[in-house]
Design a protein around this ligand. Structure first.
Ligand SMILES: [Zn+2]
Length: 328
């Protein structure tokens, strides 16, 4: 087998794991109004918790060891707790990014999501106190998108982050395929699956392959992105983006043991002349034999160490998904 550092998914919206296929094939604003926003407005804490398990188990099964949840359905603090507790129950390392929106109703942002930045920072502070940094979970903040953030709100958040040494993340340039200038400037690039309402999965292997193929197609040049570059984005690039490069992202003495065993003995991936090309271009979940987070085996040959069963979880989620659909 191949031993690799675990993949780092730097951007996901967990609640969307309940929305796969809703609003498919629409442009961003139409899609938001058909899918993420109306459903995000009605989901319960129980549904958030189940969606978190669904997303994290799928992530672990595709070799991901760290996941950064960009959380923006903020109308009830219980939703954040449910999401965090759902993530923690699976054994994945995570960053919980409690974002805010302080404008944007004219573009379809539900009024229930809009709050003053000062209130949002108080909620972030409460979460940071309740879930103290233990290396397995960090709490950050961030403005959701430019059109849902006022300049004053942004300043308030920035002052809080600088004062408390808290990191932040935000959506930028979502509708541009690429930005050649910033790539040429040597900007660190990491990968994220984004929410499953737009992706429609939380599979880092699939995301790695797409990251390479989209650039090759866009630039009409197969040499523009190589397999080893993509693996670096999904591992050490991710670690650098979230500030954990001294602890994760590579396999080195003294770092956290976040790693995967990749079994190339499957029809899709055989023969494995080049390990990196095999992982990026010829792999699927079935190749992930074992996922180890913080030295613990959390996934091995189809079984999750948390004791959570894939079939049972799907059964539980089905009932809640049906309730959510009926409500909308
Ligand atoms: Zn996103």
């Amino acid at each position: 087998m191949f031993l690799f550092p675990g993949f780092i998914n730097t951007h996901i919206h967990i609640f969307q794991s309940f929305l796969k296929g809703l609003g498919a094939d629409h442009r961003l604003i139409e899609w938001l109004n058909l899918s993420a926003l109306p459903y995000g407005k009605v989901m319960t804490p129980r549904q958030h918790e189940l969606a978190a398990r669904l997303a994290c188990m799928e992530a672990l099964k595709s070799g991901c060891t760290t996941l950064c949840e960009f959380f923006y359905t903020n109308q009830d603090p219980e939703l954040a707790h449910a999401c965090i507790e759902g993530m923690q129950s699976t054994g994945i390392r995570s960053v919980f990014i409690r974002t805010f929106q302080d404008t944007g109703e004219e573009y379809g942002m539900p009024s229930a999501f809009i709050e003053p930045a000062e209130k949002a920072m108080r909620e972030v502070e409460k979460l940071r106190k309740r879930y103290r940094e233990d290396g397995m979970l960090s709490v950050w903040t961030g403005p959701d998108v430019t059109w849902s953030t006022t300049a004053d709100g942004y300043r308030t958040m920035l002052e809080y982050c600088l004062g408390e040494n808290v990191r932040y993340s935000m959506h930028l340039k979502e509708t541009e395929v690429d930005h050649e200038m910033s790539l040429r400037a040597g900007v660190n690039v990491a990968l994220g699956t984004d929410g499953a309402a737009s992706n429609n999965s939380t599979d880092m292997l699939e995301t790695m392959k797409l990251a390479a193929l989209i650039q090759k197609g866009f630039h009409r040049d197969a040499s523009v992105m190589a397999a080893d570059q993509v693996i670096r984005m999904a591992t050490c690039g991710g670690a650098k983006a979230i500030g954990t490069e001294k602890e994760t992202g590579t396999l080195e003495t003294g770092k956290k043991a976040d790693m995967i065993l990749f079994d190339p003995q499957h029809l899709k991936s055989f023969p494995d002349h080049d390990a990196e090309a095999t992982v990026v271009y010829a792999s699927s979940e079935e190749n992930i034999d074992t996922t180890i987070v913080n030295g613990k085996v959390v996934y091995h040959k189809g079984a999750f160490a948390s004791g959570l069963s894939e079939k049972e979880l799907i059964r539980e989620c089905s009932e809640e998904v049906e309730k959510m659909r009926k409500q909308i």
